[in-house]
Design a protein around this ligand. Sequence first.
Ligand SMILES: Nc1ncnc2c1ncn2[C@@H]1O[C@H](COP(=O)(O)OP(=O)(O)OP(=O)(O)O)[C@@H](O)[C@H]1O
Length: 244
Amino acid sequence: MVSGLTLDLAVPERDVAVRLQIAAGEVLALLGPNGAGKSTVLEVIAGLIPDGGSVCLAGRELAGRPPSRRPVGLLSQQPLLFPHLSATANVAFPLRCRRVGRAQSRRRAGELLGAVGVGDLGGRKPAQLSGGQAQRVAIARALAAEPEVLLLDEPLAALDAAAAPAIRALLREVLRRRRHIAIVVSHDVADVVALADRVAVLEQGRVVEQGALADVVGGPRNDFVGRMTGTFGADIGIPPADPA
Ligand SMILES: Nc1ncnc2c1ncn2[C@@H]1O[C@H](COP(=O)(O)OP(=O)(O)OP(=O)(O)O)[C@@H](O)[C@H]1O
């Protein structure tokens, strides 16, 4: 049986054509400039763009399945919680969609909220949560249906600088358990270094480079990430070169 995730994607109306192989348990960082096609890749995997090509997970073809029938969890920049539901009900929602009973869904939601550090906030509505708390709830919700693939689309970009490191550490912990294949889209090198095993770079809808993180960040082409994201110097506090 073929393990891992094999992508052969084509979205001609966005000029995106991407082939990628991600091993079981691997975390891939998808990098590239604005408009390169990173979100499009995630949307096809999640089933939000129908007819976007082949998404083959451990030998099973996911193309043609609606988003709710895919073993895929998506965590976006914004938590996108249902505003009228409590944190517990938000996390229970994907379980209820999969016909898990109400009591069991709520019990599991409570466990997940505890695991992401907001076990005491289950009764609150999203408007009563801080940005970091809301993103923790969103992580719990993304994990609720026990996805085999986790898609993280700029998961820390909307958080303030004080909240981001704790959420990054939480995601690192989640991904280290190796239960998921994961794809992380980020413009922040700190995320890539903390979370990813391997990087792939998209430009104009095509994969132009890919490699192991150690080769890319520590090797002779160590400007690689900075060149692709344009943020390297800023992230690690290096002032721009003095033109004089
Ligand atoms: N809803 C849409 N309809 C049509 N074209 C779109 C749509 N969303 C994105 N595109 C186009 O598809 C291409 C890829 O966009 P995409 O959002 O996937 O890039 P990205 O790498 O995620 O960019 P960013 O880093 O700015 O989020 C771009 O040319 C973009 O203009």
